[in-house]
Design a protein around this ligand. Structure first.
Ligand code: AMP
Ligand code: MN
Ligand code: MN
Ligand code: MN
Length: 283
């Protein structure tokens, strides 16, 4: 098993992370990360700031994005790595997703209102700031602030998760569309945190089959240093995917992993970055 300090999945204040892109790079540097990708939800606005800070800090930087997708009625996330941030079809497509996010936020707030929790749209907007479009993560922080939940996880469990009073079913973009935008912008398409969708084996195979057919290239290892990488390695080998890895860092003390904490890589695993010149020198 190799132990790497590479992290290809993270969030900033441009989506539902709490650190600015520059502060994120600083934390990565303190955590001895050699290569970081910023992958905000449906947004590339933080990439320039992060790239400049990474240059300054001497960290390798991969421009990325995490695209919200609806597949078979479920929300799944596809990460684009090494994208050209100014690519027009990609940026226009993401702008469309953010617009629909904004409309969903209004509906979430209406439902929370009906459940006796007023002013959540204003609260979530304040927490999102000017740069970000609102996600459930901002509503979760608002609910914690209001004393309605002890932490973000509890806020999802009580209010924002599927079937709860603040949950709004939403149609994101198709799997094929997301992969086409990513590949069209010169990026690699990675299926984010596949084990978090809680799919039965047959469904997982159907998703991976379709992901492959549309041009998907890698599966993400996720879950921090103690996660078991072998089930994902088995699937990747079966379908001919390489492996990527990321912490999905949003904030200190939220989620299973800090920046740079990724599962150990099994010897012989084909990594997404083994062919990337820039990464090989850093790894
Ligand atoms: P959205 O894309 O706005 O629907 O929000 C999805 C985001 O909510 C994810 O990227 C996570 O940051 C966060 N999230 C989802 N489920 C949970 C949970 N159970 N606990 C904490 N955060 C969660
Ligand atoms: Mn998030
Ligand atoms: Mn995700
Ligand atoms: Mn993420």
């Amino acid at each position: 098993m190799q132990s790497l300090r590479i992290d290809l999945h993270s969030h900033s204040t441009y989506s539902d992370g709490v650190l600015t892109p520059a502060a994120l790079i600083e934390r990565a540097s303190n955590n001895r990360v050699t290569m970081l990708a910023l992958t905000d939800h449906d947004e590339v606005g933080g990439l320039a700031e992060a790239a400049a800070a990474a240059r300054e800090a001497g960290i390798g930087f991969v421009p990325g994005v995490e695209v919200s997708v609806t597949w078979a009625g479920l929300t799944v996330h596809v990460i684009g790595l090494g994208i050209e941030p100014r690519n027009a079809p990609l940026t226009h497509g993401l702008a469309g997703i953010r617009l629909s996010r904004g409309l969903r936020a209004v509906r979430i707030a209406q439902q929370l209102d009906a459940a006796g929790i007023p002013n959540s749209l204003a609260g979530a907007s304040r927490l999102a700031g000017d740069a970000a479009v609102i996600g459930r993560g901002h509503f979760a922080r608002f609910l914690v602030e209001q004393g309605q939940a002890a932490d973000a996880k509890t806020a999802f469990k009580k209010y924002l998760g599927m079937g709860k009073c603040g949950y709004v079913a939403h149609q994101w973009v198709s799997l094929g569309q997301a992969i086409a935008w990513i590949r069209g912008a010169g990026g690699h398409a990675v299926l984010a945190h596949p084990d978090r969708y809680r799919l039965a084996p047959l469904q997982m195979h159907a998703l991976l089959d379709e992901f492959k057919q549309h041009g998907g290239q890698a599966l993400e290892l996720y879950g921090g240093r103690r996660a078991n990488p072998l089930p994902m390695l088995r699937l990747a080998t079966h379908f001919g995917f390489s492996l990527s890895a990321g912490s999905d860092f949003h904030a200190a003390a939220q989620g299973p992993a800090d920046l740079g904490d990724i599962p150990p890589f099994p010897d012989g695993a084909r990594t997404l970055w083994q062919d990337w010149e820039v990464l090989r020198s850093a790894a």
